[in-house]
Design a protein around this ligand. Structure first.
Ligand code: F6P
Length: 355
């Protein structure tokens, strides 16, 4: 038990409820936490909770749905419908956003969420997560899809929940990023990681290298330098991780630094990236920036992108500031035609370019 330690509710009352729309936003984040607890309980049961495997349904992303994808989606939707704090919801699992209609009450926010990210990991009992982004709803009328297409800089709150050995919820409302661990016996989220801070430097990178042949040159150059370690331009060894669960990947970076890349590639020319702007890149960008990290496509700050579609995909490069800056710089050089071979001494640790 953690009596005397700060609960999520207490934290929200103290830090959020005083701001504009703050009381409603604090209440909405309590609702998000309720959905997260339900999903934590469901996912924690594993095969005992019901059928595993895949359903016959394909979601709008072209991915085969899992039973837990659908249950998690329902947990969020039911919570938001009953909560009376959002005017509409957009889910990665649904074709289109939908407005909250009577008899349910509408509130001042729009909720955008990926109910179960990394769900290909469920059957092998590897960590999965939920990601959410909160925007202001239009003041009048039912929200339409265009109302959700706001740049990430306009998010009023964002966060993720990681269903790992412990369930952890990490949130930002634009004043730092804060982590809460679920005390399962009591059912409270307890503030365990206030003011999280991503180290500026790192020697750990995360990328799915099976896509290497589809990458652009700046990414190949960066990863080759990491792999060359002490004997290459970087003159130090790097470690690599790939969980294939973005939430787990981002949380590791929040805890000890690192760079995560799902860059633009030529695997499927109709998709400029794998990850979704509204459901994954923007909320994670907000969380990471509020912890001192950076989030970029390689050519643009993620949160500055003006969305044009609700399910839009973008390249994502995020994490420790100096490594993201380095890779952005490699993109600039490549686009300007001034990129140097990665063996160049100009780019080693003591060279002219030192991030
Ligand atoms: O849908 C997103 C996601 O599952 C992320 O959580 C993860 O980073 C990525 O896809 C994994 O992709 P891949 O299977 O190509 O490694």
């Amino acid at each position: 038990m953690h009596l005397g330690r700060k609960t999520l509710s207490k934290f929200l009352i103290e830090n959020v409820s005083g701001t504009q729309d703050g009381a409603s936003l604090a209440a909405l984040l309590v609702d998000v936490a309720a959905a997260v607890k339900a999903i934590a309980a469901l996912s924690g049961k594993g095969a005992l909770g019901g059928p595993m495997g895949s359903l016959d349904t394909i979601n709008v992303q072209g991915e085969t749905q899992k039973p837990l994808d659908v249950l998690s989606n329902n947990a969020f939707i039911n919570t938001f419908q009953q909560g009376g704090l959002v005017a509409g919801v957009a889910s990665e699992e649904l074709d289109d956003p939908f407005p909250i209609k009577p008899p349910h009450k509408r509130g001042p926010f729009l909720a955008i969420f990926d109910p179960l990210d990394g769900s290909s990991n469920i059957d092998s009992n590897v960590s999965v997560g939920s990601i959410f982004s909160i925007l202001l709803a239009p003041e009048k009328g039912l929200p339409e899809t265009a109302d959700y297409l706001q740049a990430g800089t306009r998010q009023v709150a964002a966060g993720y929940a990681l269903y790992g050995p412990a369930t952890i919820m990490v949130i930002t409302v634009g004043h730092g990023t804060h982590g809460f661990t679920l005390d399962r016996e009591v059912g409270n989220f307890i503030l365990t990681n206030p003011n999280m801070s991503i180290p500026e430097d790192t020697s750990e990178f995360a990328i799915n290298t099976s896509n290497e042949r589809f990458w652009e040159d700046p990414v190949t150059r960066y990863v080759e330098e990491c792999k060359a370690g002490k004997t290459g331009a970087r003159e130090r060894d790097f470690n690599m991780r790939w969980i294939a669960s973005m939430v787990a990947e981002v949380h590791r970076i929040m805890m000890r630094g690192g760079i995560f890349m799902y860059p633009r590639d030529t695997k499927d020319m109709s998709k400029p990236g794998r990850l979704r702007l509204m459901y994954e890149a923007n909320p994670m960008g907000f969380v990471v920036e509020q912890a001192g990290g950076k989030a970029s496509t390689g050519r643009q700050r993620i949160m500055d992108i003006e969305p044009d579609q609700i399910h839009q995909r973008v390249p994502v490069i995020l994490g420790s500031k100096n490594e993201v800056d380095r890779l952005v710089h490699y993109h600039e050089e490549y686009d300007a035609g001034t990129d140097k071979p990665y063996e160049s001494p100009l780019f080693n640790e003591r060279g002219l370019y030192r991030s």
